[in-house]
Design a protein around this ligand. Structure first.
Ligand SMILES: NC(=O)c1ccc[n+]([C@@H]2O[C@H](COP(=O)([O-])OP(=O)(O)OC[C@H]3O[C@@H](n4cnc5c(N)ncnc54)[C@H](OP(=O)(O)O)[C@@H]3O)[C@@H](O)[C@H]2O)c1
Length: 311
């Protein structure tokens, strides 16, 4: 495994982390405590130390499953979670960004994760007005002082087209940005210079384009009725992305799977700290961890030193 410093923080995160939206039950599968334990054991054996979860992957369900699996080993993990949404039922959330509501969510996340602190607490996909909610960042600063939050992050909505939130991040005390970045969506690179200038880490989310960049899905694929790819992606968008993937097979080196190549592709930019692929189970964790061997920061890049990579 390789590790990179997360922005100006003292966290050295594995370049391959794990996204855990799947554990909330919206990806066509429910998870038992044993299955989650197996995922974390595999991750630990591979040197992975970063877990990304959220308040609304189930009603704190993903956090709860992680909390049980981490019990007794909390200090081995860097836990990133998020605030701002309330899970009502699968595929249905309310926004809750008022400081008192966020404070309640923080307490609920701490309880679910069975921890006294969150390593990275991220603003979760809010628009620019919500980002400026009165008293929000002051309240979060107080939680940092109280030791409940180690670092703040901003998970940028995929709908946002401006750089407002990224440009304000460091001034608000954030250490990292989370955004969609993958071989089908390279346009997120537009904010990378701002991140490097502010010394912000970047968590690249959806690095496999919802699994499409594994190359295993033909056009016309229909997912299970309780799989987010069937519920939230239109058939047109799915087929458009799957057609794009078909044109990329010639970029994949012969000694790697398409998924490993897609993860390594994200990590070649020195601004990217880590990728957080979601996983169905422990086998995918192992396969994805091997992408760290392929991942090379582009040394010809003017910001090549920015990654601060160690093995
Ligand atoms: N707003 C936000 O802040 C936000 C939004 C979205 C996601 N996220 C975070 O980012 C994480 C990652 O994004 P994502 O899970 O949406 O998409 P992703 O990482 O692009 O794709 C995950 C899916 O890819 C498939 N996969 C994973 N490894 C594979 C491998 N080695 N070979 C073949 N298939 C593989 C699995 O599905 P199948 O095997 O079923 O195909 C898995 O569920 C989430 O879990 C979450 O933590 C945050």
């Amino acid at each position: 495994m390789k590790y990179r410093r997360l922005g100006q923080s003292d966290l050295h995160v594995s370049v391959i982390g794990i996204g855990t939206w799947q554990l909330g039950g919206e990806w066509g599968q429910t998870y038992s405590a044993e299955e989650v334990k197996a995922i974390l054991e595999q991750a630990s054996q591979c040197g992975i130390n970063l877990l990304d979860t959220a308040e609304c992957y189930g009603d704190h369900l993903s956090e709860e499953l992680l909390g049980r699996a981490m019990a007794g080993h909390r200090d081995q993990w860097i836990v990133a979670t998020k605030f701002g949404h309330h899970f009502n039922k699968p595929f249905d959330r309310d926004l809750r960004f008022d400081p008192s509501q966020v404070q309640q969510q923080l307490e609920a996340s701490l309880r679910a994760l069975q921890t006294e602190y969150i390593d990275l607490y991220q603003f979760h996909s809010g628009d620019d007005d919500i980002f400026e909610t009165e008293g929000l960042w002051e309240m979060l600063e107080r939680q940092k002082e109280a030791g409940k939050i180690r670092h703040l992050g901003i998970s940028i909505s995929s709908k946002l087209k401006d750089t407002f939130q990224v440009d304000k991040a460091a001034a608000l005390g954030a250490s990292a940005i989370q955004l969609v970045h993958n071989r089908l969506n390279p346009q997120s690179e537009a904010v990378f210079d701002s991140c490097i200038k502010q010394d912000l880490g970047i968590l690249a989310r959806v690095p496999l384009a919802c699994g499409f960049l594994s190359g295993k899905y033909p056009q016309g694929t229909r997912f299970a009725d309780d799989d987010v790819r069937q519920v939230w992606l239109t058939e047109e968008l799915r087929n458009e992305q799957l057609a794009q993937v078909q044109t990329l097979h010639n970029e994949v080196p012969t000694d790697a799977s398409m998924a490993q190549w897609a993860l390594a592709w994200c990590l070649q930019h020195p601004a990217v700290t880590c990728v957080i692929p979601g996983c169905r189970g422990a086998e995918q964790v192992m396969a994805n961890a091997l992408a760290a061997d392929l991942a090379m920061v582009r040394t010809d890049h003017p910001q090549a030193m920015a990654s601060g990579e160690t093995s």
